[in-house]
Design a protein around this ligand. Structure first.
Ligand code: HEC
Length: 156
């Protein structure tokens, strides 16, 4: 009589194959959770995913800009309280280019440009005033264009 195949008797190479697959998927899953916690989870400034985080990320915090939201959220540790206050003040006052060049540019160059430059394609390049200006507008959450782009990349 032919023995049926089951997990016990499939032989070591197949067991290793399945184990390898499960470990890879598990690692990917853990990294995905960490990524969600550090990007979306910090939207309300507190660690851990909450209802507010989902609202802030997808509906937006319509009383403020993305720049302000990030400076109080996942970008909080990149600048001192005084510097963050200065940038937020500028966003709320006028977000104009003259004041930017006079007071804000030096902070951005010191604290943000090492990540937000022209070489990191997926992040806005803060070397360009226009790209910062865009983030000072009222935050209406993730755009449909950005959602389709992310879905497209992930489905591929
Ligand atoms: C260590 C690298 C690093 C530094 C330094 C950094 N950022 Fe970021 N920034 C990121 C990453 C990665 C993301 C995308 C993930 C996220 O949104 O948290 C991001 C996202 C952002 C966004 C959201 C962009 C968007 O299109 O949604 C803003 C606004 C922002 N950063 C502002 C700043 C400001 C202002 C500073 C300086 C005070 C700064 N960042 C410093 C890495 C950095």
């Amino acid at each position: 009589m032919q023995k049926t195949l089951n997990l016990c008797n499939i032989g070591t190479p197949f067991k290793l194959l399945f184990t390898g697959y499960l470990c890879t998927i598990a690692l990917g899953y853990l990294l995905a959770i960490a990524q969600i916690l550090f990007t979306h989870g910090m939207a309300d400034g507190k660690i851990g995913l909450s209802l507010e985080d989902v609202v802030y990320n997808y509906y937006g915090n319509r009383s403020g800009s993305i720049l302000e939201k990030k400076l109080n959220g996942s970008m909080k540790m990149n600048a001192s309280d005084a510097e963050r206050f200065k940038i937020i003040q500028w966003v709320r006052d006028s977000a104009d280019e003259q004041t930017f060049n006079r007071e804000i540019k030096s902070i951005i160059e010191k604290d943000c440009l090492m990540c937000h430059n022209e070489h990191t394609g997926s992040l806005p390049n803060f070397g360009e005033f226009e790209e910062i200006k865009e983030l000072t507008k009222s935050d209406t959450g993730i755009s449909y264009a950005s959602l389709t782009r992310v879905s497209h990349i992930h489905l591929r």
